[in-house]
Every structure is written in structure tokens, then in C-alpha cells.
Ligand binder design. Structure first.
Ligand SMILES: [Zn+2]
Length: 290
């Protein structure tokens, strides 16, 4: 299998073309303009310190917990905001409860689970990734909650896909707190301050139960992971190693998915449980053989 020499993205991912030096188009165009990670981190801290009251969007996954820790260190008043998509793993909920106790902050849970379930029910049977629209929906709900709370900024566990400024000019401004912070250091922050080590479920998630199933179905149809471009961008910016990315590009196995369903039984909505079970049985249908 051929990979981009720089970011390691496999050449069979749709839209990826390697030039004669084995470099993909995204690396070719972005490398000359990559921001310095050290400067990005300083900017994040400066921004956190200049906003007194913030809301932090937290899902119980690694990145948002790390963002929460940073906000708690640098802002005077922090409120956690969680959007309940129905798909949050029970372990992630437990981490949220622990984080809230440990940091002694306010917590608001918002969500219209059915809207999210409808999205999953539309996308999964068609082998489509629900992640794009789902993230947008979560983002809108967090922004609305931040306005209602009247905070000075919304802090998220995102990094920078493009550009050089960790602050997105919105009302209120959004601070992407993971800018410049490699995954290894995110883990350290969460372990140090919260005593937690979020377990990776599959792909790039430690909280969403739907993603592993979506990855499996998509991989069966297309032969690659829909997360590849995002993960390759993280390698390009130094957040992940190529090896860490390649591990995450492997689709989860059936056993793993079955185990995941078992862990969530009785916790996620029945309707979602049914959908995931159906997804699993159609994904493990007759194998076409090698
Ligand atoms: Zn590349």
C-alpha cells in the first residue's frame, strides 16, 4: 500500500493523489503555511486568560476533557455543556460526572436525542458517515447554550483545521483549546488533573458509540476509513504519529462491536440499540472472501 510520505494518508482514499515525490496534495499546499505549535499554545492560554466566564463543550472524550482542564486552570468561572446525542458511552458519562466533581463546576446537559437518532437512522443503513452533520448539530447547540448562559467565550476540544488563529469569531467567540497540543499531552493533562485515562473505542473517539459502527460499514463498502483526511491533517500538524493514525484507520472487528453493544445495553436509547444491532448484522453478512 502506498502512503503520502509526509502525512501517511493511504493512496486509496478517495481524492488522494500522490505527486512524483510521493507527497499528497493537501501536504503540498498546507506545509509551507503550517502554524508553529508553540505559538498556537501560547495563543490559546492568552485567550483563556482574557475570558473570565466560559462554557466548555464536553462529551466525555479525551479532547473535550483536556479542554475542560485547561479552561479550569485559566478561567475564573467554568460551566460544562454536554449535548446528549443518545450515543455517549456510559464510561464517558462517568468521566463527565467525575470531572464535574473534581473541578467543582456547573454542568448543563442539553439535547434532543430524537433528532440525533433520526440522523443516525438515515445515515448508517446507507453506509454514510454521520459525523459531519452530527458535529454541526452539536456545535449549534453548544453555541446556543453559551449565548443563553451569557458567557464570554465557548471553549472546545478542537484543534485547527485551517488558518492560524485558535479563536473563531462568533457570538460568543469560540476558543479551540486543543490547538498546538499533541494527543500525548492531552492524555497527560487529563490524567494529571482528573485522574482519568479515556479508552479509545475505535477510530478517533473515546465517547461516541455510533462512530465505530459507521466506520465498519463505510470500510466494507469503500475499503478505506472516512476519518482518513482528518487524521492525516492531525499527523501533518504533529498531533498524532503516522503509526497512531494507521492504527485508527483499521476498521473495528465484529467482536469489538459486539462487546461495545454489550457495554451500552440498557444505557443508550432502545431505538439506537436496535439500529446498531441491525448495522452489525448487515455488516457481518456473507463475507465476500479475500
Ligand atoms: Zn500528505
Amino acid at each position: 500500500m502506498k502512503h503520502c510520505r509526509v502525512c501517511g494518508i493511504p493512496a486509496d482514499v478517495e481524492g488522494v493523489e500522490l505527486d512524483e515525490e510521493g507527497v499528497c496534495r493537501a501536504c503540498r499546499s498546507q506545509l509551507p503555511h503550517l502554524p508553529d505549535p508553540g505559538e498556537l499554545r501560547e495563543r490559546v492560554i492568552e485567550e483563556l486568560e482574557s475570558h473570565d466566564r466560559v462554557a466548555v463543550a464536553v462529551s466525555g472524550g479525551l479532547d473535550s476533557l483536556a479542554a475542560l482542564v485547561l479552561a479550569a486552570r485559566h478561567c475564573r468561572e467554568v460551566t460544562m455543556v454536554t449535548v446528549d446525542t443518545g450515543a455517549i458511552h456510559p464510561e464517558a458519562w462517568r468521566r463527565l460526572h467525575l470531572a464535574r466533581r473534581r473541578l467543582d463546576v456547573e454542568w448543563r446537559v442539553v439535547g434532543d436525542v430524537d433528532t440525533f437518532l433520526e440522523l443516525f437512522e438515515r445515515r448508517l443503513p446507507r453506509n454514510q458517515s454521520p459525523c459531519g452533520p452530527c458535529s454541526k448539530m452539536i456545535e449549534r447547540r453548544c453555541e446556543r447554550a453559551a449565548r443563553e448562559l451569557g458567557v464570554d467565550a465557548l471553549v472546545t476540544g478542537h484543534e485547527l483545521p485551517h488558518g492560524t488563529d485558535p479563536v473563531v469569531p462568533k457570538d460568543p467567540p469560540v476558543i479551540r483549546a486543543m490547538c498546538g497540543l499533541p494527543e500525548r499531552e492531552r492524555r497527560e493533562l487529563v490524567r494529571e488533573e482528573l485522574g482519568l485515562s479515556p479508552r479509545k473505542l475505535a477510530g478517533y473517539t473515546s465517547n461516541c458509540v455510533v462512530l465505530p459502527f459507521a466506520l465498519k460499514r463505510f470500510h466494507e463498502e469503500h475499503g478505506y476509513s472516512f476519518e482518513a483526511p482528518r487524521l492525516a491533517a492531525m499527523v501533518r500538524m504533529g498531533y498524532l504519529s503516522k503509526r497512531e493514525m494507521w492504527e485508527r484507520l483499521e476498521p473495528p472487528g465484529e467482536e469489538e462491536l459486539r462487546g461495545l453493544l454489550e457495554e451500552c445495553r440498557g444505557w443508550i436509547p432502545r431505538r439506537l440499540e436496535r439500529l446498531l444491532r441491525e448495522t452489525l448484522s448487515s455488516a457481518s453478512g456473507p463475507e465476500s472472501g479475500e
